[in-house]
Design a binder for this molecule. Structure first.
Ligand code: ADP
Length: 475
């Protein structure tokens, strides 16, 4: 089981589909090249060995002819040293098989070693005027054969010399070559495989660089551009330009949307605050019957929620610019401490003193409120398991809000900071919300130079951890 998971993980993380494809293509090319190279080497080897055999035959034939003299009708060996050499006489490794025929094709001499080897039958051409080399097969063996004329002083052909050697040298070398190939081939295939992975990884390296830069570009960091060094005509250059064009257009559209949200929120905020103060006035005067006052109180509460949403949208679309440029520093410890004591009496909390961060009182409250409200809301309104802590860890202030509620499935964790995202569980359970709270929190945390993460709490629930760079006063 564990092995399966391990292999599966390697396959998923390392041998991704594109890598598998590239390795397959590279390996096939390498293997084809190896096969073609081997066939070529084999062919070349046969030619070289064949040529060596032919030269040996010509050389030996010349030497033999120099020991033969024609006297009248007979041929005489004036020296026996040549034909008495072991290669003509015994069963040696590379024997010469010699026969001499007269012009009527009658055998007139045969080397002694013929007894050791199968008989070689060859047709002697009727009119042989010059030497020829040919390959022939007889009784299961292949021979390379030379037919050469023995001429008298006047140049007339008086006899034919037939000199043969086994061609097994070529076959043996070929077999040896193939055997050697079989031994080294597995190593070669392994080498090819490793080499292919290396090459494929190398090919993708520039892409990884581009992906890294592209991944660092986000809505709040949209001005970044991919700056890979390649000509515009190059495939990587084209990819870089296409991605940069895409971000350029996105930048423009985000700006337009932001502008629109900004304007729309502003337009809505004024009439809504007017409605709210009218409703509050009516409620304060208490001149209407209780039933109507109840309805008005309900409308006032809904108006409050709408104002809250618009306020969030305004902060998300615009206020962050102020946060970035402003030099405002806030005592995280004091604001959080006061806020919890007044808004959530009875809530468990531990806040370290004298922690300062970049931002405003309002932003600290928004972050705390959203995280604490969620923790209570998604614990079925039981604040008993909710705990808020603020500590300083190195150069960071770490705010954590833990609950023992319903928890967040892994598949939701990457989405819950998106604008208007709500989990299916929350919807199913009828827990109310707009999906804006965490998006707002993330915007504020990110713009203060911090990060926010989610961990699973034990035995159940979640822990939201927001880290902000601390400001050391007096710097
Ligand atoms: P809202 O709470 O209005 O739906 P948020 O942006 O605050 O919007 O939260 C987004 C989603 O994240 C919620 O719908 C909910 O599914 C999930 N979530 C947030 N906080 C918690 C928590 N403490 N426990 C479980 N789920 C949570």
């Amino acid at each position: 089981m564990a092995k399966d998971t391990f292999i599966h993980r390697i396959k998923k993380n390392f041998f991704t589909r594109s890598l598998r494809h590239a390795v397959l293509v590279n390996s096939t090319i390498f293997l084809l090249f190896l096969i073609i190279f081997n066939l070529f080497a084999l062919w070349l080897l046969a030619i070289i060995i064949g040529d060596k055999i032919d030269r040996r035959l010509v050389h030996e034939s010349d030497r033999l002819k120099s020991t033969i003299e024609i006297s009248g009708d007979s041929l005489v060996f004036i020296s026996a040293t040549e034909i008495m050499e072991p290669d003509f006489k015994d069963s040696t490794e590379h024997p010469f098989l010699l026969r001499i025929y007269n012009t009527r094709s009658d055998l007139i001499y045969e080397s002694l070693n013929h007894n050791y080897f199968s008989r070689l039958e060859t047709e002697i051409p009727d009119s042989l005027s010059k030497s020829i080399l040919l390959s022939t097969e007889s009784e299961g063996s292949t021979y390379r054969l030379m037919l050469d004329t023995i001429n008298d002083r006047n140049g007339n052909v008086r006899a034919v010399l037939q000199l043969a050697v086994f061609e097994s040298d070529i076959d043996e070398t070929r077999e040896e070559f193939l055997r050697m190939n079989l031994v080294v081939l597995p190593f070669f295939i392994l080498l090819i495989f490793i080499l292919s992975i290396f090459l494929a990884k190398r090919t993708y390296r520039p892409l990884e660089q581009i992906i890294l830069v592209a991944a660092s570009i986000s809505a709040s960091n949209i001005k970044n551009r991919v700056s890979y060094d390649a000509e515009p005509e190059d495939i990587l250059g084209r990819l870089r330009d296409t991605i940069n064009d895409l971000f350029e257009r996105l930048d423009l559209q985000i700006n337009q949307i932001s502008q629109f949200t900004d304007n729309a929120s502003h337009q809505l905020m004024n009439p809504l605050t007017a409605v709210k103060s009218e409703l509050e006035y009516i409620l304060k005067k208490r001149e209407l019957p209780p039933q109507q006052l109840e309805t008005i109180a309900m409308v006032a509460a809904q108006t409050d929620k709408m104002i809250e949403i618009i306020r969030s949208l305004l902060i998300i679309s615009r206020s962050h610019k102020n946060l970035i440029t402003s030099k405002a520093v806030v005592s995280f410890s004091k604001v959080l401490n006061d806020y919890i004591k007044t808004s959530y009496p009875g809530l468990k909390f531990a806040v370290e003193n004298d922690i300062y961060i970049k931002g405003t009182e309002e932003y600290v409250r928004i972050v705390a409120e959203n995280l604490i409200e969620n923790a209570i809301k998604y614990s079925h309104n039981d604040s008993g398991g909710v705990k808020v802590t603020l500590i300083k860890k190195g150069l960071f202030a770490e705010l954590s809000v833990a609950d023992n509620g319903m928890g967040i499935p892994d598949s939701d964790k990457e989405h819950i900071f998106e604008r208007f995202y709500r989990s299916k569980d929350a919807e199913k359970m009828g827990i109310r919300g707009f999906g804006l709270g965490l998006s707002l929190v993330k915007t504020i945390v990110t713009l203060a130079g911090g990060t926010i993460t989610i961990e699973d709490n034990k035995p159940s629930g979640s822990v939201f951890v927001a880290r902000f760079p601390v400001i050391i006063l007096g710097d």
